[in-house]
Design a protein around this ligand. Structure first.
Ligand code: PLP
Ligand SMILES: N[C@@H](CCOP(=O)(O)O)C(=O)O
Length: 518
């Protein structure tokens, strides 16, 4: 390169006309290694995408003549019943999880400020950010930053460019098993730690990062988990260099989920109880120790999770699907979906919201029972073992949020037995997906609602797949080995043992091809 040689950061290419060109600084010759092969007049480049964000303020790419975007905590009761007027509210920089009366909190955005721009403006802004590596708005969550955590400094954000997950057209599954042409699966499990929890955890851990810089007394972040929250928490904390502490119910989560926080350096407590027991313990512990609570009881999480709903609308070019089906456990996510859709309607991006379906495992179905009682009386249940182990939850913390979401979306609750959910998962896999058992629960709800005619053949329907199937391989192995007590495993596809000789291989292959030719 002679005199114009560039001294580059390894692994980066230097294009002087790139958006990074303002960061190229000519170094003095004495800064540089001098060999006879490299003459001493290079240019040193030390850019990175955070620095670029610092200079350009990528997220507030909006003119300054608008009201300031802001958000605060308010009691959820004020959202659910606006007539119960209260002026109780808290800054997002406070460490608070419940209202004075013990109610859940909600992150409330200054909607008047957001309404300064019309729906078309927001659609174009969000669309312009998809598929980029711009910090932080290249993330599917932070591309909606003004609606998520508008006041956080881009520099405090901890992101793995989560979100922007595939919305899969389930063409063959839809046609062959559902008689549908417009069936979609939102693969939220195709994500950094393999579940939708990344969407919420980037927000929560970013805010913790900010709180620690503000010298708030927080030594670490903790959660109770059925395996996915703990994986996301430990990964984002590890990325930020913040200690994470996870409470796991002993022997109730998959091996793949258990190894995630271990690998990411979390302090892992395996506790001889179920998820509800762990949840109770983490609530007590976070009230006593400088550990920030990372479960969805903390409404910050839902701000990130709601972006999956916005993303679905965006992926359909802002056309609203008829149905969205979400598996439910602790019940934060169904509300997050509702909130995302509702904000899009309120801010004029769309003119209606989809009907929501929450799907539960029959072995852990407190919401389903409540729905069936026509919302008369909620009773927590003792959650029994289920292959959908991440939703083995009997006393969901977000029950009030879920009921609100369902009532306001003309929603439905369905349930799936173990056999139903495993068959649905296997059937979906046989058409090219690799789903988790929780997705099997959601697919079962779809099967039932199609069978009863509630969901029509032409209805555009989205099934939310919440985790990657690779986290749950043991359940698939058991199913395909027909190794599950009292389950027919109708769609099992076990491997065929065959002798290592040409004749034996030919015999089994001919038999197989004949069965396929018919
Ligand atoms: C894979 C998976 N699916 C679904 C859920 C249910 O989400 P929520 O607890 O928000 O209802 C969870 C966690 O609870 C999960 O880990
Ligand atoms: N499935 C969850 C259960 C906890 O839910 P959260 O959303 O309240 O953290 C998990 O993976 O731990």
């Amino acid at each position: 390169m002679g005199c114009s040689a560039f001294f580059t950061v390894p692994g980066t290419s230097v294009n002087p006309r790139s958006r990074f060109s303002t960061f190229v600084v000519r170094s003095s010759a004495s800064d540089l290694p001098h060999t006879s092969a490299s003459p001493p007049q290079p240019v040193k480049q030390y850019h990175n995408i955070r620095e670029e964000a610092r200079l350009h303020n990528n997220s507030i790419a909006i003119s300054t003549d608008h009201p300031r975007f802001s958000a605060k905590y308010v009691p959820f009761t004020a959202i659910a019943d606006p007539s119960s007027s209260t002026d109780e509210s808290y800054s997002l920089d406070e460490i608070v999880y419940r209202s004075q009366s013990g109610a859940l909190l909600d992150v409330h955005h200054d909607m008047d400020a957001l309404k300064h721009f019309d729906g078309q403006y927001w659609r174009s802004l969000f669309d312009s950010r998809v598929g980029k590596t711009t910090w932080p708005v290249g993330s599917g969550v932070w591309s909606k930053k003004e609606w998520v955590l508008p006041e956080i400094d881009d520099d405090d954000i901890i992101s793995a460019f989560e979100g922007n997950s595939n919305l899969f057209w389930a063409e063959r599954y839809g046609k062959e098993f559902m008689g549908m042409n417009d069936l979609w699966v939102k693969h939220c499990g195709n994500s950094h730690t393999g579940s939708f929890k990344d969407l919420g955890m980037t927000v929560l851990v970013s805010q913790v990062n900010r709180l620690r810089k503000l010298k708030k007394p927080l030594v670490g972040v903790g959660c109770a988990s059925t395996g996915d929250t703990s994986a996301a928490l430990s990964a984002y904390c590890a990325s930020a260099g913040i200690p994470s502490i996870v409470f796991l119910p002993a022997n109730k989560i998959s091996m793949a989920q258990l190894v995630q926080p271990i690998a990411n350096g979390a302090f892992v407590l395996s506790i001889d109880t179920d998820f509800d027991g762990c949840m109770q313990l983490i609530r007590e512990v976070t009230a006593e120790l400088p550990i920030y609570l990372a479960n969805s009881l903390n409404s910050l999480r839902l701000e990130g999770q709601k972006t999956a709903a916005i993303e679905i609308l965006q992926q359909f070019d802002w056309e609203v699907p008829d149905w969205v089906i979400v598996p439910g456990g602790n019940l934060g996510n169904i509300y997050a979906f509702y909130k995302g859709f509702h904000m899009c309607k309120e801010l004029g991006l769309v003119d209606r919201i989809p009907r929501l379906v929450c799907a539960q495992a029959a072995n852990a179905n407190p919401l389903y029972l409540y729905y069936k009682s026509e919302w008369k009386e909620f009773k927590p249940v003792k959650a029994n073992a289920t292959f959908a182990s991440a939703i083995q939850i009997g006393d969901p913390v977000s029950i009030d949020r879920a009921v609100y979401a369902l009532k306001n979306s003309n929603g439905i609750v369905e349930e799936a037995t173990e056999e139903e959910l495993m068959d649905a998962m296997a059937q979906a896999d046989s058409t090219g997906m690799f789903t988790c058992p929780h997705t099997g629960v959601a697919l079962t709800a779809l099967i039932k609602l199609r069978r009863s005619g509630v969901i029509g053949p032409m209805d555009r329907t989205v099934v939310v797949s919440t985790a990657h199937g690779l986290k749950f391989t043991q359940s698939k192995i058991d199913y395909h080995s027909k190794d599950i007590k009292d389950m027919a495993c109708r769609f099992a596809n076990p491997p065929v043992q065959v002798k290592a000789d040409f004749g034996s291989v030919m015999d089994v292959l001919k038999k197989y091809l004949l069965s396929k030719a018919n």
